[in-house]
Design a binder for this molecule. Sequence first.
Ligand code: COA
Length: 172
Amino acid sequence: MRTQMRDFERRDMGPVLEIIQETMNVGRSPANAIDVMNDLEGGLGTNSPDYAFLARKVVTHEKRVVAICGVYRLNTPPIGIMGICWFAVAPDHQNMGIGTRCVDWCTDVARQEGSKSLFVWASAKAVPFYSKRGFEKSSLKITPKESSILMVKRLTDPKNRSGPRPSQRRVA
Ligand SMILES: CC(C)(COP(=O)(O)OP(=O)(O)OC[C@H]1O[C@@H](n2cnc3c(N)ncnc32)[C@H](O)[C@@H]1OP(=O)(O)O)[C@@H](O)C(=O)NCCC(=O)NCCS
């Protein structure tokens, strides 16, 4: 099975929007779809005043885009902490290790950028997934608030050090 991770490009906008519409409760109305696309636009290397740092990847399987993930740092406090954004795997490609690969990439980028922590606004369903990957629920004040559940992974914690986990060995 040929699964690859590469930079998010403009041609990925349609398939990525479809994955987001299928897996998250956003982007379904035409107006909301435009909001999502405008936000994704920021990951194409265009300068956005909101972001101090933004990188996005897609995962492809047999050339089809099957996942999107991004990692960012805002220009607003708390400066210096990075977050995961627009993270979703197409339903027919879940439970194959792709999400784990994406979290590992986000974690590596945050470490390389000198961030001590990595946060995510989690959906309730995704909490167990993040918990198993070193994230803990947090009451840190981060704006804008994007869901009711904020989870943070402390990158300096020895238990969150880099290295393969059993789930990674099964990556597609
Ligand atoms: C949350 C989400 C990103 C996880 O992505 P995923 O690709 O399914 O994640 P993985 O496959 O790496 O891991 C999921 C489970 O599959 C298992 N798995 C991994 N590789 C596997 C394989 N080859 N065969 C069978 N199971 C496997 C893992 O053990 C893991 O279980 P665990 O969490 O109990 O350890 C995905 O479910 C999703 O897109 N959900 C909808 C959108 C969403 O909620 N996004 C997050 C917003 S905050």
